[in-house]
Design a protein around this ligand. Structure first.
Ligand SMILES: [Zn+2]
Length: 465
């Protein structure tokens, strides 16, 4: 009797789970990202909190990196800071046999609210050229400049240890780690200037990128990656935020009309770059949850990913979860027993290392993978099946290409849940998967299993050519 009952119960449970999975196999909630790569874990582990500490202390030690500060001193001001950053990149390059092109990208800005008199805005850029596709770029940026309470005060001390020596140091450390390896795609490490005065350095570098035919597939802008003590009393070193725009800043009215009918409000290339970073965090960075924030940036505040978005490049902001306004944009002082100022004591180097490692694995993975597919289209209205098609990738630029992978998810799911490899084709049909009920996308896959970000069909999701 007991055996019969067990048998019956087992059969009953099996039939339930069979029918449930038949219902939900297209939305099981199972994450379906790229395969695990030991190499990516290795480069994540190579990021050193000690070396970040040295970089951040040096940058904060210039005391003042205001955009209009002194440029002649070797010990104080933004001139000293940018020359030091250039030398650091050059030193890293010497260690890899000259694998980095290091140079300034600058432009004069004046007659604006925060820069009344003309000043030279100078970015420091290091380019690690890809071996197969030298103009396909993934970039990590931090900022060189700092500010105190009064954004126009170019004289007072503004060490900017967290805002944003931490992000700048992260970019230098990423160069140190990744320059020891070769990649098919190009990686750019950038120090941007003029951020606090109106995002000018990013605008200047975005223009330079267009003029030099860089096909930027992702900008990871790091702005404040070292504070773990929130102004709200929360102390937390296990989460990070990635801000991304939902729709492309430069979409045309016509593209917006198409999007209204077929979707894409939450699938800009920047948003799918954020999903990619989220997956990388889960796979390679222990004790870190990436909080995707479906918003361009924080309320009323800016960052250097924005000028890249404005000309159509996928770009996100990576930063700490818990900000401390007592330590941001403040003159160093004690008031009512509260210590104000963006000083070195407010930076947690282990945490900055975790966020730098998140950048490092993301860039290594994108630079290893083939280019994200272009020309992605989708069909299937009033049909039982959904068909995706895309342009074949250039085999010379993508010798590592093995094929593609089609992804889909429920329209309310924040992450891609289902995937199927297609082989090296340019069209694939998901039989009996109804187009209306899911969002779809396609990624490219290398022979070693590295994957590009997922590209949502049409102009709404395009990562460009
Ligand atoms: Zn700031």
């Amino acid at each position: 009797m007991k055996n019969l009952l067990t048998l019956f119960l087992t059969f009953f449970i099996l039939s339930i789970s069979a029918s449930v999975s038949a219902q939900t196999n297209a939305n099981s909630g199972i994450s379906s990202g790229p395969e695990y790569q030991p190499f990516l874990k290795q480069v994540a582990d190579d990021v050193s909190a000690n070396s970040l500490e040295t970089y951040i202390r040096t940058l904060a030690g210039f005391d003042n990196r205001h955009t209009m500060s002194d440029t002649t001193s070797d010990t104080r001001g933004i001139g000293a800071a940018r020359r030091w950053i250039k030398v650091e990149f050059e030193t890293i390059s010497e260690a890899c046999g000259g694998c980095l092109e290091v140079f300034y990208v600058s432009g004069e800005v004046g007659g604006t609210n925060r820069i009344p008199d003309p000043v030279n805005i100078v970015n420091v850029v290091a380019v690690q050229r890809g071996t197969a596709d030298p103009n396909r770029v993934v970039m990590m940026s931090g900022d060189i400049d700092s500010r105190a309470s009064n954004v126009m005060d170019a004289e007072i001390d503004s060490p900017g240890a967290n805002d944003n020596a931490s992000g700048m140091a992260g970019a230098i450390e990423a160069a140190r780690v990744l320059s020891q390896h070769e990649f098919p795609g190009t990686i750019v490490y950038a120090g941007l200037s003029g951020e606090e005065q109106g995002l000018f350095g990013g605008e200047i570098l975005a223009e330079y990128a267009i003029e030099n035919n860089w096909r930027i597939k992702g900008v990871l802008n790091n702005d404040m990656i070292g504070n773990i003590e929130g102004v709200n009393g929360v102390i937390n070193n296990t989460t990070a935020r990635v801000f991304s725009e939902g729709t492309r800043a430069n979409e045309t009215e016509r593209e917006a009309r198409t999007r209204r009918f077929t979707g894409g409000e939450v699938d800009s290339p920047s948003r799918n770059l954020a999903r990619y970073i989220h997956t990388m965090g889960h796979q390679y960075i222990d004790n870190l949850d990436v909080m995707m924030i479906y918003r361009l940036d924080r309320f009323g505040r800016g960052g250097h990913h924005r000028p890249f978005n404005e000309v159509g490049f996928p770009a996100v902001r990576i930063m700490e979860t818990n900000e401390n306004y007592v330590r941001q944009h403040q003159d160093i002082r004690v008031e009512d027993g509260i210590e104000y100022g963006d000083v070195i004591e407010g930076v947690n180097f282990d945490y900055a290392a975790k966020l730098t490692a998140l950048n490092v694995v993301t860039m290594a993975s994108i630079a290893m993978a083939p280019s994200p597919p272009a020309g992605v289209g989708i069909d299937g209205a009033v049909e039982p099946s959904t068909t995706l098609d895309w342009d074949a990738l250039d085999p010379e630029q993508n010798p590592q290409l093995e094929g593609y992978k089609v992804y889909w998810r429920l329209t309310t799911s924040p992450v891609w849940t289902n995937a199927r490899p297609t082989g090296d084709v340019t069209e694939y049909t998901l039989e009996n998967i109804v187009i209306d009920n899911y969002y779809f996308g396609v990624a490219s896959v290398s022979e070693d299993g590295y994957e590009s970000p997922v590209v949502f069909p049409g102009a709404a999701g395009s990562f460009g050519e």
